[in-house]
Design a protein around this ligand. Structure first.
Ligand code: 13P
Ligand code: SF4
Length: 349
């Protein structure tokens, strides 16, 4: 078993050796032991943009989760290889919408709504789902452009199917002035539309998926902060429920949260509702501010955390030896249509 120092030494040596042939993008939720070696850090949008722009690196070692690495593979050139240091780094939300469920849903929804519906998918979805959306004229969204993309979608069709995160979908639609009574939920487990009123009234159909990390922030956490620290501002990710976002002071993507705290007044105090590694990093970077996690039982994303220093070192070692087993290679047909959906988004941000 190698020590931390040996593993770090290995990563540094291979990084130096490969130079600009190697690119290591890192999502903000990654562990510090990995982030220290990042060539770039970012939210989902920035990491997608960087993948598209990078023409130089032969090997992109993606420190994030599977759907992000797939996006990088789709947006990079044929001769660029994308590696995921641990192939088990999935995303429970992305897994909540599979192709069979989506095809069944679409068939039923088309029966109800005919041609009046357009699919949109959060980038936190498989390449196959992005491809489905691309084939049906839709686009992807991230947490930092969801509002812009939903507006665009309503210029195309009067109704939107939003996959797979009901909370981001609901929070974004609400901000655009759509009433909660104009939003239905599609339940992919029993193939049913959950809605009380007349279907003609529906403007958004929310796929019944969620993030298991952001679901851990609740109204009780907010009430506790409000009573213990009345002056504290609460900032959360829009993957949190509608109730939590409504009771918070601000909501936005990981990048939005980072920027908000960076520009906040010295001495100000904040409760943050997002993944633990990022919250801890923000706390460390701002000793002049009082910052806590909105949920005192810090919430980790277990799959993001699968990427650790040993996996990064092993992945780089295998690349160096020309035998990587961790290559993400999206099916060609899926990649073609998923790219359409991604490009519609990238052209508008
Ligand atoms: P962003 O970094 O785009 O806000 O995404 C958060 C997230 O949950 C990624 O999985
Ligand atoms: Fe998926 Fe949530 Fe983890 Fe992001 S934080 S990768 S949405 S499970």
């Amino acid at each position: 078993k190698m020590t931390t120092a040996e593993l770090e030494g290995k990563v540094l040596t291979i990084k130096r050796k490969l130079g600009s042939k190697l690119f290591i993008p890192c999502h903000h939720y990654q562990k510090d032991e990995v982030v220290q070696f990042a060539d770039a850090t970012g939210d989902s949008l920035k990491l997608a943009q960087l993948s598209e722009e990078n023409k130089e690196a032969e090997h992109i070692v993606f420190c994030g989760v599977h759907f992000m690495a797939e996006t990088a593979d789709i947006l990079t050139k044929e001769n660029q290889k994308v590696h995921l240091p641990d192939m088990r780094a999935g995303c429970s939300m992305a897994d909540m919408a599979d192709m069979h469920q989506t095809e069944r849903a679409w068939e039923k929804l088309e029966k109800i709504f005919g041609e009046t519906i357009l699919p949109l998918t959060y980038v936190n979805s498989t390449a196959a789902i992005k491809s489905f959306v691309g084939q049906h004229g839709g686009a992807t969204v991230t947490s930092s452009n969801a509002e812009k993309m939903l507006k665009w979608a309503f210029e195309q069709k009067p109704r939107i199917l939003f996959l797979p995160d009901q909370h981001l979908g609901r929070n974004t639609a609400y901000d655009l002035g759509i009433g909660l009574d104009e939003m239905a939920v599609w339940n992919p487990i029993n193939d049913e539309l959950e809605y009380d009123g007349p279907v003609e009234k529906i403007k958004v159909i929310l796929w019944k998926g969620h993030c298991s990390v952001h679901e851990n922030f609740n109204v009780k956490n907010i009430e506790d902060v409000r009573s213990n620290y009345p002056e504290m501002k609460i900032i959360v990710h829009p993957e949190c429920t509608r109730e939590v976002v409504a009771l918070s002071d601000m909501a936005g993507s990981t990048n939005y949260i980072i920027e908000a705290i960076k520009h906040a007044e010295k001495g100000s105090s904040w409760a943050i509702g997002t993944e633990m590694n990022l919250v801890n990093r923000i706390i460390q970077q701002h000793p002049d501010k009082h910052i806590i996690s909105l949920n005192p039982h810090m919430c980790p994303c277990l799959t993001m955390n699968r990427i650790d220093l040993p996996h990064l070192a092993w992945c780089l070692e295998s690349i160096d030896q020309g035998e990587s087993n961790n290559i993400i290679d999206v099916d060609k047909k899926d990649a073609q249509f998923a790219k359409l959906a991604l490009e519609k988004m990238l052209a508008r941000v």
